[in-house]
Write a protein that binds this ligand. Structure first.
Ligand code: CTP
Length: 416
């Protein structure tokens, strides 16, 4: 599971190191988000070494990864230990002036809080009021215990022991529906929507037996079509050269088979007139043969050991759909890029987004060994302004649902 451990500035921060270790040793992916004050008690290298992940307090670091919301969006659970009176007050007010604040606001994951402060501060009406407000919002609390505090004081306010917080976190995680349950029983949040998806790869004939094509299997597009149907949408899948065994995984949806880019263009133009959402997941052949040979191209008819093909450019289907977009229609493009690193991926994606003019762009890295034919995928989903709305990783069904979530959120943003 993906756990975010928020650490605020109290002496009990040193005990949160043991808690972090318990999470990591039990196999969880841990991201520690300390406040600036917490780093005065336990330094950054300690958190990085224990969590095995980079650690920062600021919303201005790792901006291309959109870390200020990404950590919260991906979290399965957020634990705040220790939570000072100040942090409880900031959580209650929804302040977002540091990475912990933005992470909390960007997350729908359950939150477990382990308060730690002096007795007077814990019992103060302001703190008790904040605790009650947070409880009413569904935030879970563990502790504080009664015991030894900083200096010679003792009383209620001592942070629960790391093992106790760990046990409370595990029982919260156990009560979450599993990812598989969520995938098996999705909500019908797309009911009433007409979704048009293209998938697979177009092929351009060279002669009666040969074609120019690409390695797209259609798995990601078919998974999107199936996930949209499972969420109540009325789905049409324009399938370019997809194997029957893969198409079968989509269940009973309307499928229109196509071969070439021209076929795909025609089908998408006709169908998009009725669609609320159009998703261009197909890998489109950009060029076709200037002339298709009537008979098989034979070696004996060529003069030397080379063969020159003249290719002409195909229409850009996505750009055509964008320029014919009807009011309220949401259009999603895909971009598969061969790149060296994430920065280059984002830069290329943003340029493509601007060129295509679509509302969302699902971006992934491909290469000789990644992206195609596999059952797993990694997508960065960009909004129309180029911001990363979501970073999704997992089975193609999981990334399909992540894309549909981004579509739902974008549509909701337009309405409200
Ligand atoms: N696309 C399209 N028509 C084309 C080429 C691409 O509709 N002739 C769509 C794809 O379905 C995808 C998006 O445009 O949604 C990006 O496709 P991609 O192949 O990554 O981009 P290209 O425009 O072909 O640019 P390049 O190959 O130069 O990266």
């Amino acid at each position: 599971m993906n756990i975010v451990l928020g650490v605020s500035g109290g002496i009990a921060a040193y005990k949160a190191v043991s808690l972090a270790r318990l999470f990591v040793e039990s196999g969880h992916e841990l991201h520690v988000v300390p406040t600036a004050d917490a780093l005065r008690f336990v330094g950054l290298p300690t958190w990085e070494a224990i969590s095995r992940n980079p650690v920062t307090t600021s919303v201005h670091d790792n901006v291309p990864e959109v870390r200020h919301v990404g950590l919260g969006q991906r979290a399965d659970l957020i634990v705040i230990a220790p939570a000072t009176a100040n942090t409880l007050a900031k959580m209650t007010a929804g302040l977002a002036d540091d990475l912990l604040g933005t992470t909390l606001l960007a997350s729908t994951a359950p939150v477990l809080v382990a308060p730690a402060m002096h007795t007077e501060m814990w019992q103060h009406a302001a703190t008790q009021h904040n605790v009650q407000t947070l409880r009413n919002r569904g935030v879970h609390f563990v502790g504080p215990d009664i015991g030894r505090l900083t200096g010679n004081d003792s009383g209620p306010g001592r942070m629960s022991e790391p093992e106790t917080i760990f046990a409370a976190a595990n029982s919260l995680l156990d009560s979450l529906p599993s990812q598989q349950e969520t995938l098996d029983h999705p909500t019908a949040d797309l009911a009433g929507l007409r979704v048009l998806v293209s998938a697979g790869g177009t092929r351009e004939p060279l002669d009666p037996v040969r074609f120019l094509g690409n390695r797209s299997s259609g798995k990601q597009g078919v998974a999107i079509a199936a996930a949209a149907a499972a969420r109540g949408a009325e789905v049409t899948l324009v399938a370019a050269n997809i194997d029957d065994s893969i198409l079968a995984t989509a269940g009973t949806i309307r499928v229109l088979p196509v071969g070439t880019t021209a076929d795909l263009d025609k089908a998408m133009r006709a169908e998009s007139a009725q669609a609320d959402v159009v998703i261009m997941a197909a890998a489109v052949a950009d060029y076709r043969a200037a002339e298709i040979a009537d008979g098989k191209i034979r070696k004996e008819e060529t003069n030397d050991s080379t063969l020159t093909l003249t290719l002409v450019e195909n229409p850009d289907v996505l750009r055509g759909l964008v320029s014919a977009r009807k009011p309220g229609q949401l259009i999603v493009g895909f971009a598969a890029e061969t790149v060296q690193n994430d920065d280059e991926l984002l830069e290329r994606g943003r340029r493509k987004l601007a060129r295509k003019g679509c509302d969302l762009l699902a971006l992934n890295a491909v290469g000789w060994g990644e992206g195609f034919e596999s059952d797993h995928n990694e997508l960065l989903i960009l909004g129309s302004d180029g911001a990363v709305l979501q970073a999704a990783r997992g089975s193609k069904t999981q990334t399909a649902h992540a894309l549909l979530n981004a579509i739902s959120t974008t549509r909701a943003g337009r309405v409200s």
